[in-house]
Design a protein around this ligand. Structure first.
Ligand SMILES: Cc1cc2nc3c(=O)[nH]c(=O)nc-3n(C[C@H](O)[C@H](O)[C@H](O)COP(=O)(O)O)c2cc1C
Length: 146
């Protein structure tokens, strides 16, 4: 079984998840965007929240979208405005998950992401979904990955 963890992290919570997934034997690929959010927290929330709300896709730094050699793929994503951030929207449109066991690990301030969950249930009905509350503040949440 070859296993891959693809993730995006804007403020570091996803890095803790990636570390744990690496310990569990997953290969790791980090998604990075070319553009960053504004430096001000307020404008970052406004801009990021808007982009997620309109299902915007982000231009990524060099990224290998080929997952053909893997049996299982897990996507790690923060929740923005209840939804997927643009970086993960790009991954979801460019990676061919056909025939793969696909699941999602979300990390968010509240430990929820209702619209993202709805979208996964609709578009990837066979996928498992796990929500973690802010692993940087609640490291015990990572035990859910055991
Ligand atoms: C633009 C933006 C929008 C966010 N929207 C939500 C939200 O709707 N619900 C929530 O619980 N957390 C929200 N958060 C918080 C992040 O989901 C949370 O801090 C997450 O752990 C970040 O992961 P990261 O540090 O790997 O980027 C938002 C953060 C940003 C930057």
């Amino acid at each position: 079984m070859k296993k891959l963890f693809i993730y995006y992290s804007y403020s570091g919570n996803g890095e803790l998840v990636a570390q744990k997934m690496q310990e569990k034997g997953y290969d790791i690929r980090k998604v990075e965007t070319i553009k960053k959010l504004p430096k001000s927290f307020f404008f970052a929330m406004m801009s990021g929240g808007f982009q997620a709300g309109v299902k915007m896709k982000a231009k990524l730094k060099e990224f290998n979208f080929d997952v053909s050699s893997y049996d299982e793929v897990v996507i790690g994503s923060p929740i923005w405005n209840g939804r997927f951030p643009p970086a993960i929207n790009t991954v979801l449109t460019k990676v061919n998950f056909e025939g793969k066991e696909l699941s999602f690990v979300f990390y968010s301030g509240s430990g929820e992401g209702k619209s993202a969950l709805k979208r996964v249930n609709k578009e990837y009905p066979n996928s498992k979904v796990l929500f973690l509350k802010q692993p940087k503040d609640y490291p015990e949440e990572l035990k859910k990955l055991d």
